[in-house]
Design a protein around this ligand. Structure first.
Ligand code: AMP
Length: 545
């Protein structure tokens, strides 16, 4: 091998905010604060304050590699921590505040967090934990003195006071790009949470790739609103991507209801926004109920759970938005695929384009995909064969943080990561997620896709949300039960919904029953919790059994 003769410069997260400050320094970062008002400043301001964060951490005795937890919404102070904590060589551990109490206790102790930075809203949540956290030396409340609440948290500091003692400029340290930069735990719905420990290198490479037009399409001139929380898989890497490209960043704080989202999208001229289907469902309902429309419809990125075709259609036909469906996982930094349509597909009739848009897209550059059968044998990419999806790439974990058991189960012999998602891959490379392997319904030895059934049922005008679970059946093993939340004050009947499905699905996929509920249980990451649904319906017997 002839070695290339190029400089070996480390890929570090600090370079992203420094670049933003140097070349897009006047571009705005807009935040809806937890205190209420809208806050505005620029990437230059953000960089200066990230330098102060780094100085403050050093003064607190934080060493490279130490874990620093955040419990915070999407806002400018959280953004400063994204760059300041990782930039000085410590590890940003974004804690999902929606996790159960014992999970929060577990992950803070497992991560051995040294300090916890928290929004004022989380002070009451965290107070009862303080005694249980074994490694935490102190708490920094992300506010100023005027808004600092009374608290029993030991060693509670005020963020603004901490920063005010520091300097604006700072030479970011250089170190190995493989050093850990941030840590996210999976929501752990079926097992204990597992940590994905990202490196500087993996983060910077992921950032490059997601910015491409074929991925999320970030670039200067765009205004981007991540409605995915910064405590969940780094908000898909969007905060880093906006810094790299100099896109205006709009951070929505803690309110994700339809009205709050619409106001921010419209008032800030947002051109790209990203979120899970549950958020978009609220926005659609709000816009329908109020008759509001966008003066400049944004591109809506939908991921984290399957986007029903009816949602894609609503955005495109009712509100004039382009949509893009993406798939990924915490373990993948998180973006794996994006539903950007290849130029050839843009020539297809609209209905055929929708069929592609309802799929989860093709791999973004840097991610390899394969599907395998139960014996690990690779399956063809023909759009028909389905099996477990395995992935490989520079921003995909190679092991879980301090968790050998979870690691042992997560990879195949060649080191590919098992996603636990069951998918097809078509000849164009577009994947279609059939189910989580543990949610798939097996009826008479054949599989029924709960996701497909849910997506079709959601197309009924009286259905706001739908979920399908398998219920034990003496003859077939399992049969599907459809659980529905009605839209607004509508009252659809079981038979109306089943008639709606008739002809749209194979006969043997037809749910054996429909049950109505007021709301579906959600996981900490805003997805429908099949685990809780199965628990809710554990004593339910099918009329056909
Ligand atoms: P998380 O690690 O919490 O981001 O969850 C990752 C999981 O969410 C994936 O393994 C999928 O099961 C699911 N998921 C993410 N995006 C999609 C999507 N676009 N369609 C269907 N499921 C998705």
């Amino acid at each position: 091998m002839l070695r290339g003769q190029m400089m070996d410069r480390p890929l570090l997260i600090s370079s992203l905010i420094k670049y933003a400050a140097d070349y897009q320094g006047d571009v705005e970062v807009v935040s809806r604060t937890v205190e209420g008002p809208i806050h505005r400043y620029t990437y230059s301001d953000c960089h200066r304050r990230a330098c102060r964060v780094a100085g403050a951490l050093r003064r607190l005795g934080v060493e490279p590699g130490d874990r620093i937890a955040t419990l915070a919404w999407n806002g400018y102070r959280h953004l400063e921590l994204y760059f300041g904590v990782s930039g000085m060589g410590a590890v940003l551990h974004t804690v999902n505040p929606r996790l159960f109490a014992d999970q929060i206790e577990y992950i803070v102790n497992h991560a051995e967090d040294k300090y916890v930075f928290l929004d004022v809203t989380f002070v009451p949540l965290l107070e009862p934990f303080a005694e249980m956290f074994t490694s935490v030396r102190g708490y920094v409340v992300m506010t100023d003195r005027a808004n600092m609440p009374e608290t029993t948290l030991p060693n509670a500091l005020v963020y603004e006071e901490l920063l005010s003692a520091e300097k604006d400029d700072h030479d970011w340290p250089e170190f190995d790009e493989n050093a850990a930069a941030s840590l996210c735990y999976t929501s752990g719905t079926t097992s204990r949470p597992k940590g994905a420990l990202y490196s500087h290198r993996s983060t910077v490479l992921h950032t490059y790739s997601i910015c491409l037009v074929e991925a999320l399409g970030l670039s200067s001139g765009h205004a981007v609103l991540p409605a995915v929380p910064m405590f969940h898989a780094n908000a898909w890497g969007i905060p880093y991507g906006c810094a790299l490209t100099g896109s205006k960043l709009v951070l929505p704080g803690q309110h994700y209801d339809g009205e709050s989202m619409f106001d921010l999208l419209e008032n800030e001229g947002v051109t790209i926004t990203a979120g899970v289907p549950t958020i978009w469902q609220m926005l659609i309902e709000h816009m329908r109920a109020t008759g509001k429309s966008f003066s400049r419809p944004p591109l809506v990125l939908i991921g984290g759970a399957a986007a029903p075709l009816s949602m894609i259609r609503a955005f495109e036909e009712e509100f004039g938005c382009d949509t893009r469906h993406a798939w990924g996982m915490t373990e993948m930094s998180p973006v794996g695929t994006s539903g950007h349509l290849k130029p050839r597909l843009l020539g297809l009739p609209k209905e055929e384009q929708y069929a592609y848009k309802a799929k989860q897209g093709h791999a973004i550059y840097g991610v390899d995909l394969k599907i395998v059968d139960d014996d690990g044998k690779e399956l063809p990419h023909d759009g028909e064969a389905f099996g477990e999806l395995l992935v490989r790439g520079s921003w995909i974990i190679d092991s879980y943080f301090k968790d050998e058991d979870a690691t042992a189960a997560a990879f195949d012999d060649e080191g590919w990561f098992r996603t636990g998602d069951v998918t097809t891959i078509d000849p164009d490379g577009y994947i279609h997620i059939v189910d989580r392997s543990k949610d798939v319904i097996k009826s008479g030895g054949e599989w029924i896709s709960s996701i497909d059934l849910e997506n079709i049922a959601t197309g009924h005008p009286d259905v706001a949300q739908a979920a399908v679970i398998g219920i034990a059946h003496p003859k077939w093993g399992e049969r599907p039960l459809l659980i529905v939340v009605a839209a607004g004050d509508r009252q659809p009947t079981r038979d109306e919904i089943l008639t709606f499905l008739d002809g749209k699905i194979a006969k043997w996929w037809m749910p054996d029953d429909v049950q109505f509920v007021d709301a579906l249980p959600l996981t900490a990451t805003g997805k429908i919790s099949k685990l809780q649904l199965r628990e809710m319906f554990k004593d339910y017997a099918l009329p056909t059994a």
